[in-house]
Design a protein. Structure first.
Length: 297
């Protein structure tokens, strides 16, 4: 890479980061010409290659380097073979132990390092299990109705920024694809939409992808998960666990308001995205430049 190109990445790239935290109304538009490449599996529905997006300087995020996913505990043998073809070096699991105990440990191809890197869900998974397990529609309404489920989700997103342990996990994850010689990396949580969605949004922005496209990638989880999540709600009702399973829709979905809650916390706590990823997540200019060069240089 030429010296002038490197200078552009370090100076103009840093300036671009400072400006990225202002929400754009266009970012809420539905996907139209999306480059999203799904990895079709039987035991997971939200597995994607993060490559393909154009950057602000005319490059494009490379395919085959970073993958995002929902949990991998129920993969079939054929799914494991498919993952094996991606050449993954490691799979980073953001789930807390309660989630792993419920859905099972990842099923991974031989040679893929399993990395446990829990990011708190602010008690969401445990409270959801308790609410559903109670079979009590009054309790479920009290816990999830009246906008409370959505409010809980915005609180979860705020902890992505305010919680020191979460910042450490996210920072370590962002540094891995920036390191020279690192093989393809996959990271995931339970549904592949919130913790995974936040990291993916950050990676795309740091790689130079415009905010609108990074946000479309975030919101695309709704499309990939819609059929599966509808079956979950139908199953809860059929089993007599919930009279009104629509109460959990705000927990199943990603919403722009959730992402905005995290970004508002970035602004109030750090003044901007650049300082959040440097002072908050511990990425220095070398790591930021390495990430940009490796993914879209």
């Amino acid at each position: 890479m030429s010296l002038s190109r490197r200078a552009l990445l370090t100076t103009a790239g840093a300036a671009a980061l400072v400006a990225t935290v202002a929400p754009s109304a266009a970012a809420a538009r539905p996907l139209t010409t999306s480059p999203i490449r799904q990895i079709p599996l039987q035991g997971a529905v939200n597995v994607r290659d993060l490559g393909g997006y154009p950057t602000y300087d005319g490059a494009r995020v490379r395919h085959g380097l970073v993958y995002r996913a929902d949990h991998l505990g129920r993969l079939t043998d054929a799914d494991v073979t498919t993952l094996g073809g991606l050449g993954l070096s490691r799979a980073i699991d953001f789930r807390i132990p309660l989630e792993v105990g419920y859905d099972g440990a990842d099923r991974l191809p031989a040679g893929v390092a399993a990395v446990s890197r829990p990011v708190t869900d602010n008690g969401l998974f445990g409270q959801l299990l308790a609410a559903i397990g109670s079979r009590d529609p009054v309790r479920q309404e009290e816990m999830l109705g009246g906008g409370r489920a959505a409010a809980f989700m915005t609180d979860v997103y705020r902890t992505f920024v305010t919680d020191a342990a979460n910042r450490d996990a996210f920072g370590r994850t962002l540094r891995e694809p920036a390191a020279p010689g690192t093989g393809p990396v996959l990271y995931h949580c339970t549904s592949g939409k919130d913790r995974t969605g936040w990291v993916s949004w950050l990676i795309l922005r740091l790689a130079g992808v415009p905010e609108q496209l990074a946000t479309e990638d975030y919101l695309a989880s709704n499309a990939f998960r819609a059929a599966h999540d509808a079956r979950v709600r139908e199953g809860l009702k059929a089993a007599g666990l919930m009279q009104n399973p629509e109460l959990i829709v705000p927990l199943q979905e990603v919403r722009r308001e959730y992402l905005d809650a995290a970004l508002a916390e970035v602004r109030s706590g750090y003044g901007g995205l650049y300082r959040y990823v440097t002072a908050g997540l511990g990425l220095d200019l070398r790591a930021l430049t390495g990430l940009r060069e490796r993914l879209a240089g």
